[in-house]
Design a binder for this molecule. Structure first.
Ligand SMILES: NC(=O)c1ccc[n+]([C@@H]2O[C@H](COP(=O)([O-])OP(=O)(O)OC[C@H]3O[C@@H](n4cnc5c(N)ncnc54)[C@H](OP(=O)(O)O)[C@@H]3O)[C@@H](O)[C@H]2O)c1
Length: 321
């Protein structure tokens, strides 16, 4: 089978498309014929081995798996002898936030791993865009009692995390404004933002508005800047460690302050997938996909993702093996 591989940590130039052996499921695993995966910012960590602490999960000196990947959508082709939850022919999608060899024509996944059945009317390329970014977005929302918020600001609404987050806020009925580049203002408005500020032409801290929470979905702002737009008891939450890794210690040093910082260590992917399914069933989630690449163009897909400018998701299509 074909797989997207590399042997060491490094940039997209070390990625190769290889012919590798098809995996065989163990007793408690399913074998999936993969039709689509995304190339996402968790894949960035798996490829680069950065931040270095991530290597505790992906392999200390060399990668644990030569095949890249984190998420997948496909159909079950075989099941191990002890699998009870799934059967051959089930369509499933899933995500492993510490890397898993999913960017291949076939992958084995534990039946009790982070996966779920795909709703009948959803195709593989659309559903796969609801795993990685949606999981991290959901973790922002898990972290705080946002339901009492009068207004939230989502900074960086166009990434995989931001575009999922704004739809979750809309679904929860929480009023929010958003910040993004001018070319994407219409998209983010269509996803439910009350007001969208173009960061290229306006300073979001000079709009005269204050928020209960600033969700910095893209990690490009910081607490110092966002304090100006936080209300009393307001909370700043970021998807990144921030300058000098400050978002690791600010939650402690601001614990007794009027305005606080929270850092959402992401947990419980299965719970996030269940929430996404709830939203899908309510017709409240739209996949934001900027581009679908055939797997033969994996290097271009990785370069696109590494530009930090993708809008929503970038998908790798494995349907034509
Ligand atoms: N904590 C975790 O476990 C975890 C997990 C995954 C990802 N992350 C981090 O979370 C962040 C977001 O991930 P993602 O997947 O959503 O990213 P992404 O999809 O790569 O986000 C890219 C988007 O951000 C926008 N952007 C770039 N610079 C901006 C700026 N200065 N202001 C506002 N928007 C800007 C880009 O549009 P324009 O350039 O056109 O504005 C683009 O649409 C990344 O930094 C990633 O490393 C954290």
């Amino acid at each position: 089978m074909k797989a997207i591989c590399r042997d060491n940590y490094g940039g997209p130039e070390i990625i190769e498309i290889r012919e590798v052996e098809k995996p065989q499921p163990k007793e408690k695993e399913i074998l999936v014929r993969v039709y689509a995966t995304t190339v996402n910012r968790t894949d960035e960590g798996v490829l680069l081995g950065k931040p270095k602490i991530f290597r505790l999960f992906t392999g200390i000196s060399t990668p644990r798996h030569a095949t890249l990947g984190t998420d997948f959508a496909g159909i079950i082709e075989a099941v191990g002898s002890e699998v009870t939850r799934y059967k051959v022919g089930d369509r499933v999608w899933g995500f492993s936030d510490s890397g898993h060899p999913t960017q291949a024509e076939y992958t084995c996944f534990p039946e009790k791993g982070n996966l779920a059945k795909i709703p009948d009317d959803w195709d593989y390329t659309s559903i796969v865009a609801f795993a990685e970014g949606a999981h991290y977005a959901r973790n922002f929302l898990n972290k705080v009692d946002f339901k009492s918020a009068e207004k939230i600001l989502v900074y960086g609404a166009t990434g995989a995390i931001g575009s999922a987050m704004v739809q979750m806020l809309k679904y929860e009925g929480i009023p929010f404004d958003a910040v993004c580049a001018g070319k994407d203002v219409a998209l983010i408005k269509s996803l439910g933002a009350d007001k969208v500020i173009d960061y290229q032409t306006a300073d979001f801290t000079s709009e005269g508005k204050k928020y209960n929470f600033v969700f910095d979905a893209v990690g490009k702002s910081n607490f110092g800047t966002c304090k100006k737009v936080l209300k009393d008891k307001g909370v700043y939450i970021s998807s990144e460690l921030g300058p000098g890794n400050e978002n690791l210690y600010l939650p402690i040093t601001t614990m007794f302050s009027n305005q606080k910082v929270s850092f959402p260590f992401p947990v419980d992917v299965s719970r996030s997938l269940a929430y996404v399914l709830e939203m899908i069933n309510a017709g409240a989630f739209m996949p934001v996909i900027e581009k679908i690449y055939p797997y033969t163009e994996a290097v271009a897909a990785y370069k696109h993702m590494l530009s930090q400018q993708k809008v929503g998701n970038v998908v790798l299509d494995f349907s034509r093996g």
